[in-house]
Design a protein around this ligand. Structure first.
Ligand code: SUG
Length: 469
């Protein structure tokens, strides 16, 4: 099907605002930074301000920037679902005493990594001309599995206009079923539709308003077949990626499904966006990103209507360990009006010589559109394995679609000032593991979030505002 380019389409990066309970609980198996920083004292205020500064500087540089609110944490409703009873204070005290891991999980501010909020298909690629959203089920970990309910509400509140925006159900979080008659029934523990959203999805195109090809990267097949990682879990299944593509009406000609290299997962690459980033026709990736690199590139080339510009970083230039520690590939690759691109990298890239050298001598000096590297200090998020690209959900929107957004989530200088003042008013600058049981933290958090929904003009989005908890 030939599709018509849409004029005036911009990529809007919706960053997840860091919530007031940001902490280091070591919750993410296979995420080296999260595992290494378990138990350290966090600074939620600094974390939120670092995130706002990133958004502000990109807005000031002329990029379209949006913001997504954090979630209600501690998730006392989740503790109630698990049988804890009494007042909120009693529920927290019981959980702290009887099930500390559950308390830690329901306190995580993990929704800040909005690249995992869901998968988005721009209207130019969708058969009905609407922008399509599927919130990710994040079923690979309990603390993140708590996110999709509120994520769906937030996305529906902002992208509310049904003429322009379509919202799909979260994929079912179940073990794989054994296919009747299959020679080797699938083990029941294999999650069938484990989905981590845009972190494993890259849209390649000419300009953002031109039709694109969707690269879905999965870690394993739920129904068997293929190589799997041995040390750490693969968080995305092929079956989940295929289901999202089907929901959004994407055809075979518009999609490429590629398996992530299992050795990379075992080295700490828990999402594809830790080892590759794409923008427009450029795919910046590490040699170890895909199990079958050649087939992946060939298929992209065959399906794209514009020439693919692969920028491959070889293992000899950057080891997997350096890639994971620096988050070089978890950068934002942004289009400039003159056709050049800016790479927004975390400060950790300056700390690894091989990475910094590769940025200067290979990426900037190379024959590709990347003409500028901008460094951001995101240490608070980075210690939990979240770099610049994790913190944002990309939504390509036409002018008319931007006008149709509800609430006040597109960043302006006034909104930056309001959010900064709000963080300074409500956030703590120190959060140790034992503070998670403090009932005052929960109360402060609710007060802050209630104010935030007014500030962002989003209406009731949180369970406590909907009388669910
Ligand atoms: O799911 N970390 C997140 C980091 C997500 C990064 N996102 C992308 N790559 N797009 C995760 O592993 C750690 C929380 C803790 O340990 O307290 C955490 O959930």
């Amino acid at each position: 099907m030939s599709r018509v380019p849409l004029p005036n389409v911009q990529e809007v990066n919706f960053d997840g605002l860091v919530g007031p309970t940001h902490n280091y609980s070591g919750l993410a198996l296979g995420n080296v930074a999260s595992m290494n920083h378990q138990g350290q004292v966090a600074n939620p205020k600094e974390a939120a301000l670092q995130g706002i500064l990133k958004m502000q500087s990109l807005m000031e540089a002329g990029y379209a920037q949006g913001v997504l609110p954090p979630q209600q944490r501690p998730d006392i409703g989740a503790l109630r679902d698990l049988g804890f009873r009494g007042s909120d204070r009693e529920v927290l005290a019981h959980a702290a005493r009887e099930a500390p891991p559950l308390l830690r999980a329901v306190c995580s501010a993990s929704s800040m990594w909005s690249a995992n909020a869901g998968t988005v298909t721009p209207s130019v690629d969708a058969p009905d001309g609407r922008v399509h959203f599927t919130p990710a089920n994040l079923q690979s970990s309990f603390h993140r599995f708590l996110e999709p309910f509120t994520t769906a509400r937030v996305l529906q509140a902002i992208f509310h206009d049904e003429q322009r925006f379509a919202h799909h159900p979260v994929l079912p979080a179940t073990p794989a079923f054994a296919d009747e008659g299959a020679a080797n029934p699938v083990l029941p523990a294999t999650p069938a539709f484990a989905d981590e959203g845009a972190a494993n999805h890259t849209r390649l195109c000419g300009a953002h308003g031109e039709p694109g090809v969707h690269l879905f990267v999965y870690g394993r097949r739920a129904f068997g077949g293929g190589r799997e990682p041995k040390r750490f879990p693969a968080r995305q299944t092929l079956e989940a990626s295929q289901a999202v593509a089907r929901q959004h009406g994407l055809t075979e000609a518009q999609t490429v499904f590629a398996q992530q290299h299992p050795d990379a997962i075992d080295a700490g690459v828990f999402h594809n966006d830790v080892i590759a980033v794409g923008n427009g026709p450029v795919l910046l990736y590490h040699e170890m990103a895909f199990l079958d690199e050649e087939r992946t590139l060939d298929e992209l080339r065959a399906k794209m209507s514009t020439p693919l510009i692969p920028v491959r970083v070889p293992l000899e230039a950057v080891s997997l360990e350096d890639a994971v520690a620096s988050y070089l590939f978890n950068s934002q690759l942004l289009s400039n009006p003159d056709g050049s691109m800016t790479l927004v990298v975390p400060g950790e890239c300056q700390e690894r010589e091989a990475v910094w050298r590769t940025l200067q001598d290979y990426l900037l000096a190379g024959h590709n559109p990347i003409s500028e590297v901008v460094v951001k200090d995101l240490k608070q998020s980075m210690r939990n394995g979240g770099g610049p690209a994790c913190l944002r959900l990309r939504v390509a929107l036409s002018e008319a679609e931007q006008t149709a957004l509800s609430g006040r989530t597109l960043l302006t200088p006034t909104l930056v000032a309001d959010l900064t003042a709000w963080v300074n008013r409500h956030y703590r600058d120190r959060l140790a593991p034992e503070d998670l049981a403090d009932p005052l933290l929960a109360e402060e958090s609710l007060t802050a979030l209630d104010e935030l929904t007014q500030l962002l003009q989003l209406g009731a989005i949180y369970p406590f505002q909907l009388n669910h908890a």
